[in-house]
Design a protein around this ligand. Structure first.
Ligand SMILES: NC(=O)c1ccc[n+]([C@@H]2O[C@H](COP(=O)([O-])OP(=O)(O)OC[C@H]3O[C@@H](n4cnc5c(N)ncnc54)[C@H](OP(=O)(O)O)[C@@H]3O)[C@@H](O)[C@H]2O)c1
Length: 292
């Protein structure tokens, strides 16, 4: 049986690791901060370095926050590049810059290791159930060779092309989601300012063809001011920033993206970074309540 080695046991990494254990896989994991994974110690075999993960795992799954984190664990001092054995596979599900992903893939190729870019759609609870939507940016043959592992985590899988391509799609998807959440947040502020019950807006929306999984869950939480995070607002702000830089690089004109990036950044800077991204509603509500 193949051993899977997780690097990054945050909300998503830990859920994916627990899913793999439920599916009967042999799993080891590493997290930079030991104190954050104490609650996992009876469930996942925790290792104390990336080197140990590279020694034990046939397939390494990386699920870290951002570009800096991924550079640190992949090509940083005592990272994957320094320790990986020839022929091993790295599946990287972090949402990072497409350009960085291409660079990391090229680097690992020099060690005769395969890197599969696999950004995912869906949060921790879908990860636990193996119901993520995976987008693949990798050599097609290598992707097909590792399909058994990918299917542990995802029940819908889309092949996009080579390294960078899956992340381009992921950034476009997160832009859509950020726009949708922000639009609902603005609608709620508008209705509230008009002296009406904001829940009525969501109830009416959900009675129409425009209802979505978001409008049936997180939009209701927006009204109830429940911003318990499944996807951190700071990560949405990070994704919009990457999307904006990438749009500039590929000369895509995306005027709404610039505005959204500033709104989510403003929300982060006003102390909401560690709440759910739906707390963009709290940011707008606070701005509206301070205006006359
Ligand atoms: N949550 C979702 O619904 C969701 C869905 C799809 C994609 N994503 C993406 O998946 C990735 C992980 O998200 P998450 O929700 O699991 O985030 P998270 O809970 O914040 O976990 C982030 C992980 O990255 C690690 N990390 C950060 N900086 C590091 C560094 N310099 N070196 C080593 N490790 C570092 C953290 O370790 P420490 O504990 O030591 O800080 C932690 O294990 C992000 O790119 C996010 O955009 C999230």
């Amino acid at each position: 049986m193949k051993t899977l080695g997780f690097i990054g046991l945050g909300k998503m990494g830990s859920s994916m690791a627990l899913r793999a254990i439920r599916m009967g896989m042999s799993v080891v994991g590493y997290n930079r901060s030991k104190e954050r994974v104490q609650h996992l110690k009876n469930k996942i075999e925790l290792l104390s370095s990336i080197r140990e993960v590279c020694n034990r795992a046939d397939v390494i799954i990386v699920m870290v926050s951002d570009d800096k984190a991924d550079e640190d664990v992949t090509i940083g001092n005592r990272g994957i590049f320094d320790n990986i054995k020839s022929g091993r596979v790295v599946i990287d599900s972090s949402t990072i810059s497409p350009s960085l992903s291409r660079k990391l893939t090229d680097k690992l190729r020099r060690k005769r290791a395969t890197r599969i870019e696999m950004p995912v759609m869906g949060g921790p609870s879908l990860a636990l159930r193996g119901e993520l939507v995976a987008i693949i940016g990798a050599d097609r043959t290598k992707y097909e060779e590792n399909l058994d592992i990918i299917k542990i985590f995802a029940n819908r899988i889309f092949y996009a092309g080579g390294a960078g391509s899956a992340l381009m799609l992921k950034l476009a998807l997160n832009f859509l989601i950020a726009a949708y959440a922000e639009a609902i947040a603005e609608g709620l502020s508008f209705v509230k300012k008009a002296g009406l019950d904001p829940m009525l807006l969501i109830q009416i929306l959900n009675a129409t063809a425009y209802k979505t999984a978001f409008s049936e869950t997180k939009a209701i939480n927006m009204v109830k001011e429940n911003f318990e995070p499944t996807f951190y607002l700071k990560h949405m702000a990070k994704d919009l920033n990457i999307a904006s830089i990438t749009a500039y690089e590929i000369e895509a004109f995306m005027p709404a993206l610039s505005t959204l990036k500033e709104i989510y950044r403003g929300a982060c800077n006003s102390g909401l970074a560690d709440l759910d991204y739906s707390a963009v509603a709290k940011f707008l509500a606070e701005l509206n309540s301070s205006k006359r």
